[in-house]
Design a binder for this molecule. Structure first.
Ligand SMILES: Cc1cc2nc3c(=O)[nH]c(=O)nc-3n(C[C@H](O)[C@H](O)[C@H](O)COP(=O)(O)OP(=O)(O)OC[C@H]3O[C@@H](n4cnc5c(N)ncnc54)[C@H](O)[C@@H]3O)c2cc1C
Length: 430
């Protein structure tokens, strides 16, 4: 695709299907009138589970196998609510029974350990080898463990949880907060961009503050942030002033937010500005695509997976689609909502490719709700389209909760957040 095309020309091309061919869609293998229609999906989180379900809904003649090691998937969305005592782990637990029984997805409780994109096979940890005509990979994130001196995977599992993959890590952080003394100091250390759920650390600070204000009001939360600004910053800061005055301190990269090292034995953190002693330390490490994406050679130098934005087909391995946090999806944030939208786009594209047709140009959306208190919600929404630059946000189509929203609007946003959660989990696993 030439970058000298005007937007109008590009839109015409999209409609005619020529852009799909220019993006390489028609050049990939396994496209023309497939006689065998086997799709394997790796990962049963927001992207993978949505893709598996929607493939079966859109074309029941496609055989779909979902590989996911966990019998219960705990959602990261609302896991901050668990930390704040507003939800329990049971409230955020999802299973695969509807996918299996209602949508006849072949769910295999195992992990993919190798992908042969040329032969069209996935090897599982248990030894089984499964053939595919098209593969969808949605493994989420992995952590760059070696970026903070003193921090490691074993430190995260014992002393300084990331709680950025919901499950035992959420329980560990929650238990540490329950055990902490009144007057304790909680440190939250988010990474630089890009990372999963940009508002996540700040919603976390808010809901932990809600718990501490009620139960341990002398405590403090300090956010050590390498960034100079963060998602929905104005709205969060206003909410903190209103609900938790003096409890949450945010330090930016230039005001002491950059971590130099941590020490699990003394529970201390060193920044460029000095040493801090802490009672609870939540390090959210820098991130990259899930391990299988690296092992399968689907990543580029950024550590994420380049894709064709029409179908989310890998630009490295034809016939393999990468969706969700692991993919490079232009302006879209790494969110569950985005992963679910991308799962549906990939499913619809695969259905058309099996029919020997060109995938339709997608329209993509995202909304991220964050709770500052039980009756105090805020949101950011975006609508995205495909252009020569890839996936870009349509100006003025989305937006933020107004900074001067009144109490009724903020309460309404909190209700929308609850509605959003029940809708998306029903849409994905229900
Ligand atoms: C605290 C927090 C709050 C959040 N809140 C929101 C929110 O309010 N709204 C929102 O939209 N998003 C939110 N998110 C972001 C959201 O959780 C992620 O963007 C979303 O889960 C990404 O979906 P995914 O399919 O890419 O990955 P995941 O949902 O993480 O799913 C990946 C799955 O792949 C499996 N897997 C990995 N490797 C393999 C393998 N080799 N073989 C088989 N399976 C494998 C894993 O077990 C996992 O189940 C939040 C995130 C956090 C951390």
């Amino acid at each position: 695709m030439s970058h000298t095309l005007s937007r109008r020309d590009f839109n015409k091309l999209l409609l005619s299907g020529v852009a799909a061919s220019a993006f390489g869609i028609l050049g990939s293998s396994n496209t023309a009138f497939a006689s065998s229609k086997r799709v394997v999906v790796v990962g049963g989180g927001f992207g993978g589970a949505a893709a598996a379900k929607y493939l079966r809904k859109l074309d029941p003649s496609i055989s779909v196998t979902l590989i996911e090691p966990k019998a219960i998937f705990y959602t990261c969305p609302f896991s901050n609510w668990v930390l704040g005592g507003l939800k329990t782990m049971e409230d955020i637990a999802q299973t695969y029974s509807a996918l299996k029984n209602k949508y006849k997805v072949n769910v295999i409780a195992d992990s993919a350990v190798a992908i042969d994109a040329v032969r069209g096979t996935v090897k599982l940890k248990g030894g089984q080898v499964i053939g595919f005509d098209r593969l969808i990979v949605s493994p989420g994130i992995d952590f760059k463990w070696d970026t903070i001196p003193g921090y490691s995977e074993s430190v995260a599992s014992a002393k300084m949880p990331h709680a950025y993959q919901a499950g035992p890590q959420t329980v560990l952080l929650h238990n540490q907060l329950l055990a902490m003394k009144n007057g304790g100091r909680v440190f939250i250390c988010p990474p630089a961009n890009p990372f999963r759920c940009p508002p996540g650390p700040y919603e976390r600070a808010s809901l932990i503050a809600g718990y501490l204000k009620a139960k341990k009001p002398l405590s403090k939360i300090i956010i050590l942030d390498p960034k100079e600004k963060f998602s929905k910053q104005g709205l969060f800061k206003k909410g903190w002033e209103r609900l938790y005055p003096g409890m949450i301190e945010w330090r930016s990269g230039s005001t002491g937010g950059k971590l130099v090292k941590v020490d699990a034995a003394t529970m201390s953190l060193t920044t460029e500005f000095g040493v801090e002693n802490a009672d609870v330390i939540n390090i959210i490490p820098p991130q990259k695509a899930g391990k299988i994406a690296f092992d399968a050679g689907l990543t580029d130098a950024t550590g994420w997976c380049p894709i064709n934005p029409i179908s989310f087909e890998s630009t490295i391995h034809p016939g393999v689609h990468v969706i969700g946090d692991a993919s490079i999806a232009g302006a879209m944030p790494k969110s569950g909502f985005a992963a679910s939208s991308q799962g549906k786009v990939a499913a619809a594209a695969i259905v058309r490719l099996f029919q020997g047709k060109v995938p339709a140009a997608p329209s993509l959306v995202n909304t991220c709700y964050s709770l500052i208190g039980p009756g105090y919600g805020i949101s950011v929404a975006g609508v995205y389209k495909l252009t020569v630059e890839g996936i870009v946000e349509i100006p003025e189509a989305g937006g933020l909760t107004p900074i001067n929203a009144d109490d009724d609007q903020l309460r309404e946003e909190a209700n929308f957040a609850r509605g959003w959660y029940s809708n998306i989990v029903q849409d994905t696993w229900g």
